[in-house]
Ligand binder design. Structure first.
Ligand SMILES: Nc1ncnc2c1ncn2[C@@H]1O[C@H](COP(=O)(O)OP(=O)(O)OP(=O)(O)O)[C@@H](O)[C@H]1O
Ligand SMILES: [Mg+2]
Length: 157
């Protein structure tokens, strides 16, 4: 753990799905190979919806199904390979080997719903993003991660 290096911390008020899409576009523009975005929040908080906006901003125009049952969906976007994981159904960390989890993290970027199921395999340098349901389309997004994200996602966003 690099506890002494500066961290990026932000709380963003997302009024609507459009605001979520704006956040998704910012993340997409900065995403590079090896990046991990750990997405937390209750069922229906909007994790998959945010992933869709990220993938659309990266140029995916076809369907973006939730990987609820497949556990992972991979997208060859024009700029980089992106793996979208939903680990909700993982019961044991060893199941990640069958998914090729560790290799996936090095060969592209990974957007991971229910990341705590990955235990210690989640890299220290992940961007942690938690969505909290407010009312209607409003969501609170709490972000924590490497300081490089501070210039990508302004606090007055
Ligand atoms: N501001 C918003 N941001 C994200 N989603 C929103 C917003 N407003 C409304 N929604 C809607 O909320 C729903 C969120 O569902 P979604 O499948 O993304 O949740 P999830 O967090 O991935 O849940 P699960 O844990 O079951 O995978 C979608 O229908 C989406 O359109
Ligand atoms: Mg989901």
């Amino acid at each position: 753990m690099t506890t002494d290096s500066p961290r990026f911390i932000a709380r963003l008020h997302l009024e609507s799905l459009d605001d979520t899409a704006a956040l998704g576009a910012r993340i997409a523009a900065a995403l590079v190979r090896g990046d991990v975005v750990a997405l937390r929040g209750d069922l229906g908080a909007g994790k998959t919806a945010l992933v869709r906006t990220i993938l659309q901003a990266l140029g995916i125009s076809g369907p973006i199904p939730s990987p609820t049952f497949t556990l992972v969906q991979s997208y060859e976007t024009p700029r980089l390979l992106v793996h979208h994981f939903d680990l909700y159904r993982i019961e044991d960390e060893s199941e990640l080997d069958e998914l090729g989890f560790d290799d996936s993290l090095s060969e592209g970027a990974a957007l991971i719903e229910w990341p705590d199921r990955a235990g210690s395999r989640l890299p220290d340098e992940a961007l942690h993003l938690t969505l909290t349901l407010l009312s209607g389309e409003a969501r609170l997004a709490t972000l924590e991660g490497p300081v490089r994200w501070a210039t990508i996602i302004p606090k007055d966003f």
